[in-house]
Design a binder for this molecule. Structure first.
Ligand code: NAD
Length: 419
């Protein structure tokens, strides 16, 4: 039997089930992934030595469509993390009403220790190891932590080589030149921006220049910082795994991004003062956007959070125990399965583009992304108001009710809960 999701995710699932009209079948089926593949990935290092890494691909549920979810390269990747991320993808695609299920993959490796050539060999070896379970109608990978469009290009190219034919809809997040779509790399931050703007008045009131702190300065976090700074927010702090930078008057985000591109880190920044990394999470700001990894806000630091609201750009950045503490403190929370769903939404556009041999314009992508983010944000807010639920539970209820419709349509079911 495949490994189940982490206890935190299971707890939230059970809580949401109490408020959702779902069948017993749905409850039982979503307790564990449908399939879970664990592989050994050999990598020939530049010095001629061989290393073998653990790799994973989990298909959590594919009732609503092919599994969809990113591939992560990080030393902490393990079967339970991948499974939990695949469960969240299942909920996310359902919240957004995309014709996908949920999946996730990863390799337990520190990519910072690899040369560019080693990273390419590892990406290709990963695809070779899991190729049997990938495909446009089966399971479609995308970028996640430390896997950018270059990595997805190598993976798409490798899959095409293995299948002896182009597979443009079998991998998303590809470079434009290989069938990628305009706006994919900024889609996660763009989606989060639309959700924030939609909820801004109700969560922050009539604030002139809301202050923001962002943990994680990678694909999602750095692009969100630019988007918010350009839209009149004051980005007062950002951090990556090496350092944190702070300026109460607002950071020069573009200068910081250029510095990070040039040096690879936020250390010795061109402006602003260095800050203890953990302090980014507890600054007195209007919006805190954790955009790094799971569990950033936990039982041990949740009481110190001073932000008025948290926008979950990362997957699972706030633990279930922290949820309770934040809720009691009146901190509003916009959940990951809504806030960061822009990425998978634009991956859907790329999948359609690949299946139909189309070339979408940046304007089409931007327009359709915004429309979908606003539509589903509105639906989650309505469920929250009608059933008196926090946004996180409302988002899960929304997802679970869509999942139960699909699962029940595949057979008979009895009611699990009356909602
Ligand atoms: P990335 O690898 O581009 O960036 C991750 C960033 O987090 C890096 O700047 C890294 O230095 C930083 N980081 C790591 N540990 C940290 C720590 N302890 N403190 C501060 N910073 C730390 O990854 P990404 O694609 O931006 O993904 C970030 C998060 O967003 C992940 O949770 C991912 O699952 C989620 N997400 C990404 C996408 C996407 O399309 N890329 C979509 C949805 C959700």
């Amino acid at each position: 039997m495949p490994v189940a999701v982490a206890a935190d995710a299971a707890r939230r699932f059970e809580e949401a089930c109490e408020h959702a009209r779902i069948s017993r079948d749905t409850h039982e089926l979503l307790m564990r992934p449908k399939s879970s593949l664990e592989v050994a990935i050999p990598l020939r290092r530049d010095d001629g030595s061989l290393e073998v890494y653990a790799g994973y691909r989990v298909r959590f549920d594919d009732t609503r469509g092919p599994a969809k979810g990113g591939i992560r390269f990080h030393p902490d990747v393990d079967p339970q993390e991948v499974t939990t991320l695949a469960f969240w993808m299942t909920c996310k695609t359902a919240v957004m009403d995309l014709p996908f299920g949920g999946g996730k993959g990863g390799v337990a490796v520190d990519p910072k220790q690899l040369s560019a050539a080693e990273l390419e060999r590892l990406s290709r070896a990963y695809v070779a190891a899991v190729a049997d379970v990938l495909g446009a109608d089966v399971d479609v990978p995308a970028p996640d932590v430390a896997t950018d469009e270059m990595v997805m290009g190598w993976m798409a190219h490798e899959l095409a080589r293995i299948r002896r034919g182009h597979q443009p809809a079998a991998v998303t997040g590809k470079p434009l030149a290989l069938g990628g779509i305009p706006g994919r790399s900024s889609a996660t931050s763009e989606g989060a921006f639309h959700v924030l703007e939609e909820l801004r008045a109700s969560l922050l009131g009539d604030l002139d220049e809301p202050s923001v702190a962002i943990q994680g300065f990678g694909n999602a976090g750095a692009q969100l910082a630019s988007r918010l700074a350009g839209a009149g927010y004051r980005v007062v702090a950002v951090s990556d795994s090496s350092a944190a930078v702070h300026d109460d008057d607002g950071l020069d985000v573009e200068a910081l991004r250029a510095h990070k591109d040039r040096t690879g880190s936020l250390q010795d920044p061109p402006s602003g003062e260095q800050l203890d990394a953990g302090r980014v999470l507890t600054l007195d700001v209007d919006v805190l956007a954790p955009a790094a990894l799971e569990g950033a806000v936990h039982e041990g630091n949740a009481a110190d959070v001073r932000a008025r609201m948290i926008l979950e750009v990362a997957n699972g950045p706030v633990t279930a125990a922290a949820d309770t503490i934040l809720d009691e403190a009146g901190v509003q929370l916009v959940p990951d399965i809504l806030a960061n769903a822009g990425g998978v939404t634009v991956s859907w556009f790329e999948w359609i583009q690949g299946r139909q041999g189309e070339q979408w314009s940046a304007e089409d992508v931007a327009e359709r992304l915004e429309a979908r983010m606003l539509r589903e944000t509105g639906a989650v807010v309505r469920i929250g108001q009608e059933r008196n639920l926090p946004l996180r539970t409302a988002a899960y209820v929304h997802a679970l009710e869509r999942l139960t419709e699909a699962i029940d349509a595949t057979g008979t079911a009895e009611l699990f809960s009356g909602g």
